[in-house]
Design a protein. Structure first.
Length: 366
């Protein structure tokens, strides 16, 4: 029984075939039509006991329309399915309200129809507003008609109680289904927005070639490190490094080789900094590294280890294999400096390394 129920749910939640169709609306119509079919079937059985043949035929006809609407949702005709459901529900509501009376809880289904209409994306908000006005007139005309029409069908005893119970159940179930579908749709939309915002944030803060942080992301992080230093005296240093003779790599092997080198080097830098701090592509072939929660001497030692690791690494693209070296400058943040001054100092040390032979890490103790 459990497996059968799970299969039924899977069928009701089956995706529509066209991207232009609303899958949420299709599922909503399927659930409402299924409830309507069960409700009208049970109501027809109850009325048959009192031999109300005409009303039974009306309900059987309604079941047929609901089945048609249900099929339409699987044929990529969700708009037609919604129209059939709305018109048929309004027809049955009017027919039963005029013949039996308001006391059997038929009117709330008109509210359900209105909720279905507002759930749909196929009609403008202005038209939905006019439909709300039309629904007011519709209910008013039914109420007037019930008072002025001469003949009404009377149902008694347990049959009357059964019809009332079924109509209350249908109204509450239909409203609950719409609430469920709305929450489902809202959750899906919110999830998509969150994912989209996450992608946008990643695009804004990430270098597209290396997937490392870009300059903007690192600047934000460095400002955070300055705040942490001022509050808790958490030491940090930054290093700016540059690939030696990178223009020669591009000129001799092509920019594809240069891009490959940057990507491979970024992997090495990212793995190296996982336990020490963060790294970003500062611009071109320059990278900035932040050594956090460690003293300056330790940061210099780690930076020198990184330099040797990069020097020993093979960089292969297609059939070409090369070696590269880096030059870097590393500076420590203190209470006597600013972030801009720190970056300038690290850049000056880098330039000093460039002019004194390259392939070295220059510190303030150099």
């Amino acid at each position: 029984m459990k497996k059968l129920f799970q299969k039924l749910i899977a069928v009701l939640q089956m995706d529509v075939g066209k991207e232009s169709e609303s899958n949420n609306e299709a599922i909503l119509i399927r659930l409402l039509c299924s409830l309507g079919i069960i409700h009208y079937l049970l109501t027809a059985v109850a009325l048959a006991f009192n031999q109300y043949i005409v009303l039974c035929l009306v309900l059987i006809f309604s079941i047929g329309i609901y089945v048609g609407a249900l099929i339409c949702t699987y044929e990529n005709k969700t708009s037609l399915a919604s129209t059939l459901y709305i018109l048929q529900t309004l027809f049955v509501t009017a027919a039963l309200s005029l013949s039996i009376g308001w006391k059997y809880f038929f009117a709330p289904m008109s509210i359900v129809v209105l909720m279905v209409l507002y759930f749909s994306l196929n009609m403008s908000l202005k038209k939905k507003g006019w439909f709300s006005v039309g629904m007011t007139i519709y209910l008013f005309l039914i109420s007037v008609g019930y008072f002025y029409l001469p003949k009404h069908t009377e149902i008694f005893n347990n049959v009357a109680l059964m019809v009332l119970f079924l109509n209350i159940s249908l109204s509450i179930s239909s409203i609950s289904v719409i609430g469920y579908c709305f929450c489902r749709k809202f959750s899906q939309t919110e999830e998509k927005i969150l994912q989209y915002n996450k992608k946008l944030e990643q695009m804004v803060l990430t270098d597209p070639l290396t997937s490392l942080w870009n300059r903007r992301a690192m600047n934000e992080h460095l400002n955070h490190l300055v705040t942490q230093y001022n509050k808790y005296q958490r030491d940090f240093s930054i290093a700016i490094m540059d690939i030696d003779f990178f223009k020669h790599v591009n000129d001799e092997y092509g920019h594809s080789m240069g891009d490959s080198v940057l990507k491979n080097l970024s992997v090495i830098l990212d793995n190296h900094m996982k336990d020490f701090g963060h790294v970003c592509r500062w611009g071109g072939e320059e990278f900035l590294l932040s050594y956090e929660n460690m003293d300056y001497e330790t940061a210099c030692r780690h930076m020198e280890e990184l330099r040797r690791k990069i020097e020993e690494q093979d960089y292969t693209y297609k059939k070409s294999t090369i070696h590269i070296t880096i030059t870097g400058g590393i500076a420590e943040f203190t209470s006597r400096t600013t972030l801009d001054a720190l970056i300038t100092r690290a850049d000056e040390l880098l330039y000093q390394g460039k002019t004194t032979g390259r392939n070295k890490i220059v510190s303030s103790q150099y």
